[in-house]
Ligand binder design. Structure first.
Ligand SMILES: Cc1ncc(C[n+]2csc(CCOP(=O)(O)OP(=O)(O)O)c2C)c(N)n1
Ligand SMILES: [Mg+2]
Length: 346
């Protein structure tokens, strides 16, 4: 399957949108870097990072109806949820487990994103469980449209469901069940696989016997596409097509984005035991943020002065978010069971 890469911006993207995409990637990266520092300083217990995945994530967010379409992210999707409306302070509140934390009242681990007002659906830690859940949401969308309960063209209602996961997680039964369901019912569904070549220490060739996750799309009777996930514009274009397919009733798409995580799996992992430093350095040269920065600079949309301004703004925003989370009270134990059981069990 050919890999889609080196794209130009599509007609839909204004200069302002391109700069907003760049800003979101940069803010997410600086926030992510700070989380690593806070962990090493002993201030937070755990961090799982999205560094290296920002291109596919921000490209995806800009291609859907952000804050309206259902999004079922996974733990690496910091830049994706930030592009939808999760703020640096929201993320810091979850890292510190503070009262008022939006996604779960600080009961989920950090990076288990969820926020109902933006239709970001909370997920569980067992990987791939979000796939049948998101396919179910897509079924609900189609059902409501067919029953005449909502106008399929009305962008005020969700018109697709997106589920994201890593390539290793496609070995789980839930993934196959969700994909099959989406294919059988021709659902307005997108499955985005962020293939970063490893599932913790397990390389992709020990995970599956085909070259691409997307090669499996045919088995479910749906469209499969492979994209260079470090090329934000190619990612956007592929996701835009997938979204149009969903909106037009043309069925689901399996998008596989080839990418790489630039850091260990989580704050508790040491990746030196399973990948060479040369490999990591090679991928650092393909960093999606640097690639996009170079493109925008060549097009004179960005220049070093503007980049420095963005960097200053990002630093201030991350500082402010950290200060807000540190000043916030700890989560209340009284909140432990709220929204979990209809009646609180004592
Ligand atoms: C069902 C299940 N098995 C194992 C784990 C432990 N685990 C958490 S993340 C992960 C690796 C997933 O790799 P991949 O899907 O490639 O995503 P990546 O972390 O590389 O983005 C594993 C094995 C889990 N959370 N759920
Ligand atoms: Mg992986």
């Amino acid at each position: 399957m050919a890999i889609q890469t080196h794209a130009r911006p599509s007609d839909y993207l204004s200069q302002d949108a391109l700069l907003e995409m760049f800003w979101t990637m940069l803010l997410s990266r600086r926030l992510d870097e700070r989380a690593w520092v806070l962990h090493r300083q002993g201030k937070i217990a755990f961090h799982i990072s999205g560094m290296g995945h920002e291109g596919i994530q921000v490209g995806t967010a800009f291609a859907i109806n952000r804050g309206v379409d259902f999004v079922h992210p996974y733990y690496r999707d910091l830049a994706l949820v930030m592009a939808i409306g999760i703020t640096a302070t929201d993320f810091m509140m979850s890292l510190y487990g503070k009262a008022g934390e939006k996604s779960s009242k600080a009961r989920q681990m950090p990076s288990h994103f969820g926020y109902k007002p933006l239709n970001i659906v909370s997920g569980s830690s067992p990987v791939a469980t979000q796939v049948p859940q998101a396919a179910g949401l897509a079924f609900g969308i189609k059902y409501k449209q067919q029953m005449g309960l909502v106008d399929p063209l009305d962008p005020k209602h969700p018109r697709l469901a997106l589920a994201c996961l890593g390539e290793g997680s496609t070995s789980q039964g839930e993934w196959h069940e969700g994909m099959n369901w989406a294919g059988v019912h021709k659902l307005p569904f997108i499955c985005l696989v962020e293939n970063n070549l490893y599932a913790i220490s397990v390389p992709v060739d020990e995970q599956m016997a085909v070259s691409n996750v997307a090669d499996r799309a045919a088995a479910y009777g749906l469209k499969g596409v492979v994209v260079d996930g470090n090329d934000i514009l190619a990612s956007y274009n592929v996701l835009k097509e997938a979204a149009e397919r969903a909106y037009n009733g043309d069925g689901p798409t399996l998008v596989e984005a080839k990418t790489y995580r630039l850091v260990p799996h989580s704050s508790d992992d040491d990746d030196r035991s399973y990948r060479t430093r040369e490999e990591v350095e090679e991928w650092k040269r393909k960093d999606p943020i640097l690639r996009f920065q170079q493109y925008l600079t060549e097009e004179t949309i960005l220049n070093p002065v503007k980049v420095a301004e963005y960097e200053e703004r990002a630093r201030a925003e991350v500082d402010q978010a950290q200060a807000a989370a540190e000043a916030a009270p700890d989560a209340e134990t009284d909140d432990l069971m709220s929204d979990v059981y209809a009646e609180v069990v004592s």
